[in-house]
Design a binder for this molecule. Structure first.
Ligand SMILES: Nc1c(N[C@@H]2O[C@H](COP(=O)(O)O)[C@@H](O)[C@H]2O)[nH]c(=O)[nH]c1=O
Length: 429
């Protein structure tokens, strides 16, 4: 039995190393300390989420546990969460492999919004941090700052439309990002004189605050550090590294946590669904898969023939999902080693990857057109393989500058065995 490893953690070492290295170099990166919040890291986990009969797991609601109290959600909470969701949507499509998340901080006594933010891009601070940096006076506007990160990518294209104000905001975000990620950075930025010690503040976050050290320090610990009194969570983060741990960390620190969808308020249930909808592809990426090992050795030549025939039928019906390469072209078209391609064409644009990932979830087979990247066919083949590796997909065919990618959905839709039989029947008749 294979180990249960979330989808996007299994990408190849080479691609991941390059992707990460380039994130580090392009955005003056995070070298945070694992010691930033030693006392706040969770030592207990919530009970496992419920299991569905097909082996998949259900995370739509927080499991009942002592850590969340009886939800007390009213229409004001739903309105504020809606605002957080609107913020999250501003990052949607740019955050691959991370989810789009939004956060709003509200002064309880006055209902005044004192900070807003969203997650703009993997490697940059999470939604909660942009909102906290605004509420604590480091940023004038958390949403504007996060939007600057979106506008600033890819750097070469952004250069042409850069205004002084965008450059200034980006510089400030880079500086704060580095500081937040440095040893004791969160404590320095969210120091006692800036925290909400005497002001009850509620944080509305569309996804459960993280409790782990990924590319950034844990948001749940930063909310505690800022002395937020209550956190309303839109949707529980199914990432096995979080999965209730953020809620646990908060409640252990005495923060009241309410989950959208708990209790009997219909609007809160709808909001929970809306927060889930925004991260559906992320949920699939992160879901451990018992039925799929990530290696496609089971795809036989006959099955590939079946997939190709399936693709031809889709093309004939004008239903073939296609993606055209959007990144740079190889400067030396004769340099066709994998290293040269990695060096020049990676990292893949996260918004392009996110769209391709989405198409794969929807269609299971997608035709990639790579002629814009590389003129030589051998290079296009290599590039197709690297893209497939990044997305845990299988190259069913390469012809010229096109690569036909296949990845089973969750649950799988295409029946490879049936496709194989169909193509065998067609060949023999
Ligand atoms: N984007 C996002 C969260 N994303 C969570 O954090 C993981 C990525 O962590 P990192 O590698 O540090 O960026 C991601 O897989 C998901 O579980 N969490 C949050 O509290 N707020 C956010 O805005």
């Amino acid at each position: 039995m294979m180990a249960l490893v979330p989808w996007h953690w299994k990408t190849s070492a080479v691609v991941r190393a390059v992707s990460l290295a380039s994130i580090v170099s392009t955005s003056s990166r995070l070298c945070y300390s694992a010691y930033a919040f030693p006392s706040l890291l969770p030592n207990r986990r919530l009970p496992s989420p419920c299991h569905l009969p097909n082996g998949r797991r259900c995370h739509l609601h927080a499991t009942s546990s002592s850590s969340t109290q009886q939800a007390q959600l009213d229409s004001t909470d739903v309105d504020h969460m809606n605002l957080a969701l609107e913020c999250a949507k501003k990052g949607f499509g740019n955050t691959y492999p991370n989810p789009a998340v939004g956060c709003v901080l509200v002064r309880q006594e006055t209902n005044q919004v004192i900070g807003k933010g969203f997650h703009p891009r993997a490697g940059y601070p999470h939604a909660e941090v942009f909102a906290l940096l605004e509420a604590t006076g480091h940023l004038e506007d958390g949403v504007k700052a996060a939007a600057a990160v979106v506008a600033g990518y890819p750097p070469a294209r952004a250069e042409k439309k850069k205004t002084d104000s965008l450059t200034q905001t980006l510089d400030l975000v880079e500086e704060l990002t580095q500081q937040y990620a440095s040893e004791n950075g969160p404590e320095q930025l969210l120091s006692d004189d800036r925290t909400f010690q005497d002001i009850p503040v509620t944080a509305y976050v569309t996804l459960e605050p993280c409790c782990h050290y990924g590319k950034t320090p844990p948001c749940a610990a930063s909310l505690v550090q800022a002395k937020v009194s209550r956190v309303v969570v839109g949707f529980r983060d199914p990432n096995p590294r979080v999965d209730g741990g953020g809620v646990q960390l908060l409640t252990d620190a005495g923060v009241q946590v309410d989950m959208m969808g708990d209790g009997d308020n219909d609007d809160s249930l709808k909001m929970n669904e809306a927060c889930h909808n925004l991260v559906k592809d992320f949920v699939k990426r992160i879901t451990p898969r018992e039925d799929f090992s990530g290696d496609y050795s089971y795809v036989t030549g006959a099955m590939r023939r079946g997939l190709r025939a399936h693709a031809s039928r889709l093309k004939a019906q004008n239903k073939m999902a296609e993606m055209v390469w959007k990144g740079p072209s190889l400067s030396d078209q004769d340099a066709l080693t994998e290293e040269a391609i990695i060096q020049e064409l990676l990292p893949f644009d996260p918004s392009w990857l996110e769209r391709l990932d989405h198409l794969l979830w929807q269609n299971e087979v997608v035709l990639l057109r790579l002629g814009k990247a590389i003129k030589r066919k051998k290079g296009a083949k290599l590039l197709g393989e690297l893209i497939a590796e990044e997305l845990e997909a299988h190259v069913a065919q390469t012809v010229g500058h096109t690569a036909l990618l296949y990845r089973p959905g969750l649950p799988p839709d295409l029946d490879l065995e049936a496709l194989r039989e169909k193509s065998t029947d067609a060949t023999s008749s």
